[in-house]
Design a protein around this ligand. Structure first.
Ligand code: SAH
Ligand code: SF4
Length: 395
């Protein structure tokens, strides 16, 4: 008997179509020898109808469906827990690998339904007031895992049956559920820009979520070189986690400031404004996020410095009440003092809002995506015990 050469039985991994931008999807369909418009049809099934089975994509030829089943898949991230709060806030815990979890939070406010999306498991930047920073960096999310969070939230509305009828192709249409997306969950999106960009392009794409560029926001702590790359690559809204009006204090709160100080950060904001202002009728502004830490950055002189700093950077300021977490070294500024700080900025001519904190009962407000990931399951069980009127479901 002769030794036969070992047969290679490895099956190539299937392409996960959920994370492909329109260009990538069209390129993929070209490799299958299919027409471009098929890419758009499949995108609509996935992102607008929440469908994952090719067999249910009824406007595709049987032969194409069989081909897709062989080589591709639509695999949203794995939800391990979900919690729907009485105030309409919805929260999902997504496991991307054993012990690697991120949270996605949907916060309704009148007609507006804002989804807070994560970009990384953990974060390397270690801002002193941030619970995600305290857990360190674990890994980047893939485009499929980022847009998958939007898919999950959208799908939950589809499951509610919020349909308004059928379009000319017989597809179900519905009142648009999700209105805003903010990249303000776990992680620093500019340190995972290669994955964030295709995901954001799907948020804007009419074949996917079709959100307006003003309602899709990237939030950064100020990774200046990547800000320029982002400015050139996509047109969405920009929020900057400022949190301090001078370098000395910002070095302490947002350590990346030591590498890219305020002068460079402000210059990058101006480049973003100049780049996107051009053809615009309405004025674009940068949202400056400012977390209010008692006795640290919330004094009248800080407001005065802020007024000077932002004088020639068209911006609106969003004051964020600090969300405490276990062992946090800060307290939140009392409400009345936040309002005083706001009034000082308003008197100087700035638009200044105070972020409403919602979903507090389930630890769900943005920036409150707590760090002890390994403790998630126990936390989830605690919520279950604590919240009788709300439903937490282990999926
Ligand atoms: N890394 C990005 C985006 C994620 S953080 C960034 O820093 O911008 C999203 C927002 O939540 C940021 O403005 C961040 O500063 C804020 N944040 C983080 N921890 C917070 C806390 N404990 N309380 C209130 N806001 C917090
Ligand atoms: Fe990272 Fe943003 Fe938290 Fe800073 S605030 S540690 S950049 S997630």
């Amino acid at each position: 008997m002769t030794d036969a050469a070992p047969i290679d039985v490895t099956v190539p991994p299937k392409v996960n179509l959920i994370g492909l931008s329109r260009e990538q999807m069209e390129a993929y369909f070209a490799t299958l020898g299919e027409k471009k418009f098929r890419a758009g049809q499949v995108m609509k099934w996935i992102h607008q109808q929440g469908i994952t089975e090719f067999s249910e994509m009824t406007n595709l030829a049987k032969s194409l469906r069989v081909k897709l089943e062989q080589y591709a898949e639509v695999r949203p991230p794995k939800v391990t827990h979900k919690h729907f709060s009485a105030d309409g806030t919805r929260k999902w815990i997504i496991e991307v690998a054993p012990n690697a979890m991120v949270e996605t939070v949907l916060i309704p406010d009148g007609d507006r339904k804002t989804l807070c999306v994560s970009s990384q498991v953990g974060c390397a930047l270690d801002c002193s007031f941030c619970s995600t920073g305290k857990q360190g960096f674990m890994r980047d999310l893939t485009p499929a895992e980022i847009i998958g969070q939007v898919w999950i939230a959208n799908r939950s509305y589809l499951d509610d049956g919020e349909f308004s009828g059928r379009n000319a192709d017989g597809e179900l249409t519905r009142t648009r559920a999700l209105t805003n997306v903010v990249m303000m969950g776990m992680g620093e999106p500019l340190l995972n820009l290669d994955a964030v960009l295709p995901a954001m392009s799907l948020m804007l794409d009419d074949y996917a979520y079709g959100l307006s560029k003003r309602r899709v926001t990237l939030s950064t702590s100020g990774v200046v070189p990547m800000m320029d790359k982002f400015t050139q690559a996509i047109d969405v809204s920009l929020a900057v986690s400022l949190h301090a009006p001078n370098d000395e204090l910002r070095n302490e709160l947002v350590p990346i400031n030591k590498k890219y100080p305020l002068s460079e950060l402000m210059a990058a904001c101006k480049r973003w404004l100049v780049h996107h202002q051009g053809s615009e009728v309405g004025r674009r502004r940068v949202t400056m996020e400012y977390v209010m830490l008692a006795g640290v950055n919330d004094q009248p002189e800080h407001a005065t410095q802020l007024i000077d700093l932002l004088r020639d950077v068209p911006s609106k300021i969003n004051l964020i009440p600090f969300n405490p977490f276990p062992h946090a070294p800060y307290d939140s500024t009392p409400r009345a003092q936040i309002i005083e700080f706001q009034n000082q900025l308003i008197r100087a001519g700035y638009t200044c809002t105070i972020r409403a904190t919602r979903g507090d009962d389930i630890d769900a407000a943005c920036g409150q995506l707590v760090g002890q990931v390994k403790d998630r399951t126990r936390r989830a069980e605690r919520w279950q015990a604590q919240t009788r009127s709300n439903e937490i479901i282990r999926v």
